[in-house]
Design a protein around this ligand. Sequence first.
Ligand code: ADP
Ligand code: XUL
Length: 581
Amino acid sequence: MSLDSYYLGFDLSTQQLKCLAIDQNLKIVHSETVEFEKELSHYHTKKGVYIHGDTIECPVAMWLEALDLVLLKYHKAKFPLERVMAISGSCQQHGSVYWSSQAESLLEQLNRKSEKDLLHYVGPAAFSRQTAPNWQDRSTAKQCQEFEQCVGGPEKMAQLTGSRAHFRFTGPQILKISQLEPETYEKTKAISLVSNFLTTILVGHLVGLEEADACGMNLYDIRERKFSDELLNLIDSSSKDKTIRQKLMGTPMKTMIVGTICKYFVEKYGFNANCKVSPMTGDNLATICSLPLRKNDVLVSLGTSTTVLLVTDKYHPSPNYHLFIHPTLPGHYMGMICYCNGSLAREKIREQLNSEHAEKSDDWALFNQAVLDDSENNDNELGVYFPLGEIVPSVKAVEKRVIYDTKTGRIERVVEKFKDKTHDAKNIVESQALSCRVRISPLLSDSNTRSEQKLNEDTIVKFDYDESPLREYLNKRPERTFFVGGASKNEAIVKKFAQVIGATKGNFRLETPNSCALGGCYKAMWSFLYDSDKITAPFDKFLNENFPWHVMESVSDVNNEKWDRYNSKIVPLSELEKTLT
Ligand code: ADP
Ligand code: XUL
């Protein structure tokens, strides 16, 4: 009989609950999923949510049923749950769960009983509100305004909490509930994020917020590492018993292990009574734990949209991106930049190009050839291609092509089209990648590489709210870039992104269908081993040393010598963005 140890990672996302298991060699050994719409159809959700205009919510009871169901699948598969040493996981970010005053006593039953199911013990009576706002909700415009006014605008808000006020962030959501549903708010004993809701169920008692995920609330003062009094008072300045501070259960947790799994799961599914629970965290925070990312490493997700995640020790907030405390690396932050226009914008250019050449519209061959064709000179061209309104920069839908003076970087004229449609293929990928490069730049350390080009380094460039001399951008390169997501299959797109971003220690690509849950598995394993003094390595070192590197493909033939070739496009990009509204 093998004596393997296992670690579980949950992924409680919008449409499904997944549970992944790894062994002590970090190899995935089992996975089960419950799809909400299909398998829990009696909740009548569409893609996991209820939509009423701008209001988007999820039924909390559905998550309880899903947890029983996913573990039942493990049980039926005869997976040895008694050898699971620790559990952690990932949950959709920003959502909030409202516990009633009976919650504690109802949860307590999970430490004694197991005959019935979770819904029976922790059913509707445990909640003062049966639904949780979902991250897609857009109903809090008024509350976001109140939040930003309270601290003095979007920049101040970003400095304080790592992000400007966003509809989906939990603080504005709680404020809305306190204003529109005062009785519900009054009856609420405690408020969880989805992450500590799941942790709570696993350990069988109310537990506080996980600190990294608490940064997705617009309430947490990241530098002071405590809730902002100003913002808490905006929600609820009463000095009565049940103040917002008490509802949020005090200061968020920084612990690696929060407790052991409760009796319900031990008796019902055969977990070991010593199985440890490490706090669940938000999905993006779990994603960075799924890869061996260290300071100055960047993850570029080329999905429908483009998301850039990076690890930094610089607290340089901006209203255009998000900073969260890193869930496993003390003194570090996770930066997150979300672009709306990624794959769909590239697809549009590909289709136009193919139709000019009577090629099949969904073939990437012509597009790819154009992207890498260095015989075509596009040195004085720049374009932005935003078929959808963009988040970074924050502008309306627009497509704009310009010709600029290569000596000064100043824009000479706007053009309807470039010399050839192939130039659009090259220019869209270059400008998308360049936008990533200039936006991650303030979060990177100096890399001691100098450009040979003669540029006026004192020229002031402006991106979003940041204004600084060009020189600030000429010396900042990430160490490693990791590419994931649908378009990372595309050799040409990845090569161009890699050239423009210019990582000094390599570019990698991998398929990551399970990244959130896998990040949870790795966090559970490292937390368990570190907490029980079996290892001393910090999380990044542990993962770098133990990571199954064979799953990773090195994009090695990127000529990084060409990195500084894109330096001369920084000023024109800044100038072009200034003209957008
Ligand atoms: P999501 O972000 O919705 O999870 P994916 O990560 O699966 O999506 O990425 C989907 C996108 O990947 C599609 O919009 C498609 O344009 C793009 N894509 C898939 N294969 C390729 C390819 N070979 N070349 C370029 N783009 C691709
Ligand atoms: C991040 C965000 C989404 C959700 C998806 O800010 O809103 O990524 O976390 O679950």
